[in-house]
Each structure stands twice: as C-alpha cells, then as structure tokens.
Ligand binder design. Structure first.
Ligand SMILES: [Zn+2]
Length: 337
C-alpha cells in the first residue's frame, strides 16, 4: 500500500471514531431558577433540555427547549446549576416530558409566524383579534396566579421559614409556552414541597401541553377555520401556499348548533352578545389539541358547559333509557332518520 493510500485509510478510521458532525450536547437545570441579569428575568425550569449552541472559556450559549431566544450564561452557572442529559440519534432524554424524551426534530420546528399574517390584515381589527387568539391559544399555556413571582422567590430564599399556614408557590408556571414540561394532575402538594425546585414552578398543566409541531398543526387548523368563516377576508394565495391551507369560504360551522360562524361576531372580552364567538373545546379536559378546538358560539359553549360532547350524548341516552314512557328514545331515533 502506498503512503498516500495508508494515509487515506487512516483518515477514514479517524473520521469514523469522531462523533457525528451534527451531534449536539444537551444539559438541563438541576432545579428551577430565574435568570436574565440585565433583562426581565425568566424561569429556567428543572429538567428542560437546553442545547449547547457554542461555548468559549468563560461563557456558554444555550437554547432551552421552551424558549424562543438563546441565552448566554457564564460557565460557572453551567457547571453548578446544570446537569448533562443523555441523547441518541433521534431524541434527548429527560424524565419530565412524555415518554421520558423529546424528539430532536422538535428542536428544529419553526413556529408558524402569525405576526406575519397579522401585518396583511392590519386594517381589519376583528380579524386581527381572531389571529391573535389563534397565536395565544396555540402557543401559550393558561396562567396561574398561585405561582410564586421571581421577586417573591428571592424573598423566600432570604427567609426560607414562612408560616406553615402560608401556602407558598405552585408547580404550574404563570404563563409559559405549551412545550414547557407538563405536570400531571396527580402531582401532589407534598411532591412539590419535596421537589428540589420548591417553591419555584416546574411546568404547565398536562392538558395545555403540545409539542411545537403540534402547535403548528393547531395554528393551521384554526387559521383554516377563521378564513372559512362568514365575513372573513379572502386568504391571499401566498398565505395558502406557505402554510398549506385549504380554504373553502363560508363553510365553517359551530359544532354544537351546526350553523355557520360569522367572524364579525367575535367578542373576545365578555362573550356578552348572544351570537358572539370564541374558542370552544369539544372536550374541555383535553384542552387545545388538534381536532378538539374550534371557533364556535359563546352561547353554545355555555350550553355544553364543562362537559365534553361525548358526556352530553351519554347523558341524553341515559335520560331516554331511564324514562321509557317519555317517548324520548323514539324522538331521538326518528329525528336521526
Ligand atoms: Zn353554535
């Protein structure tokens, strides 16, 4: 073998031993802590994977999975407040997410930019309101006033022996993205108080959880609905193409009453008018998931109450079965013919 060939073979072996060029390193906070020395502080939640973007001798730039911007932290913070996370070719492992891992593809998902669509319709305040509702509902988890504030957390750390009667903090954050760690409803107060992060929050309600790819699917679904409403503006072709929307004007109906929904009735503040519209959930427990959320009438949503559609149907069946002399069963059967 020539020297050149030997060299080439050795190079190949060396390359094979090197990690994949796109192999990333992931770390996670050991416990929740607030960070952002110069700007508005934000929680870094326990066990949320952070991708290391780059590092030098003094600082490390990271991207936390549930944040849309990167943070540069001094290395001493990385060394003392974070731990290494295992990952494989398609996921990063963390105990706080469903199935104990997050697909790496989810780090690369680019959120559908509703702000760009809002610009197109800036002269139509009702439609802008509908678009903002899409953004809010698809991307942000519900708030929680019981969550400790960041100044409150600093005070608690200065004086960590509050009265036993005083309930400090809550595991659910006050506003976070839908891809923050989901906290099951079975998670107890005792478990929270024993958590290393206590009294700082740990994540969001389980029913609010949606991975970034799912959030985009929800956005597409809701965008299609509002463009399909009566009195909606025409959807520009570039928006249809970019977000792969199939629009059928004047076709979107309220699930509960089966009539067309008029976007000009949107009344975000109070749902005060009879036909005002808002986001409705087919099953309120499941919350905002693809196929479970739609623009419908406030009055219809009130009629459904806190029950799912399925529960309502089961209640009617029970009522008909338990009252055989009422004629309800016959009424249901004949009306469905
Ligand atoms: Zn309705």
């Amino acid at each position: 073998m020539s020297d050149k060939a030997k060299k080439s073979r050795n190079t190949k072996i060396d390359d094979a031993e090197k990690p994949e060029p796109n192999a990333k390193e992931y770390i996670a906070p050991i416990k929740t802590f607030p960070h952002a020395p110069k700007k508005k502080p934000e929680w870094f939640c326990q066990d949320v994977p952070c991708e290391i973007i780059n590092k030098n001798e003094t600082e490390t730039k990271i991207r936390a999975f549930n944040k849309s911007r990167n943070f540069t932290l001094p290395n001493y913070l990385i060394e003392t407040k974070f731990k290494h996370l295992e990952s494989d070719t398609d996921s990063v492992h963390t105990p706080v997410y469903p199935n104990g891992k997050i697909p790496l593809e989810e780090f690369k998902v680019i959120p559908i930019c509703i702000a760009k669509i809002i610009k197109e319709f800036k002269d139509d305040p009702i439609f802008v309101k509908a678009l903002k509702k899409v953004e809010q509902d698809a991307h942000t988890a519900k708030g929680n006033n019981s969550c400790i504030t960041i100044p409150g957390w600093y005070n608690y750390n200065k004086n960590p022996n509050p009265s036993k009667l005083e309930r400090v903090g809550d595991p659910i954050c006050n506003r976070n993205t839908r891809h923050a760690p989901p906290i099951p409803s079975s998670f107890t107060r005792k478990e929270f108080e024993e958590s290393p992060s206590f009294p700082a929050p740990l994540g969001i309600r389980m029913q609010d959880f949606a991975l970034p790819s799912e959030q985009n699917e929800i956005k597409k679904e809701l965008l299609t609905q509002i463009f399909n409403c009566v009195n909606a503006p025409e959807c520009p072709d570039k928006i249809k193409e970019e977000f792969e929307l199939t629009i059928t004007p004047n076709s979107h109906m309220c699930n509960w009453c089966g009539t067309l929904v008029d976007i000009s009735e949107l009344n975000q503040e109070y749902c005060s008018k009879e036909h005002s519209i808002n986001l409705c959930h087919r099953d309120p427990v499941i919350g905002t998931k693809k196929g479970n959320v739609y623009f419908g009438h406030c009055s219809c949503n009130r009629e459904q109450g806190g029950y799912s559609e399925l529960q309502r149907v089961e209640q009617i069946i029970r009522l008909a079965k338990n009252n055989p002399d009422s004629g309800y069963s016959e009424m249901i059967i004949s009306s469905l013919k």
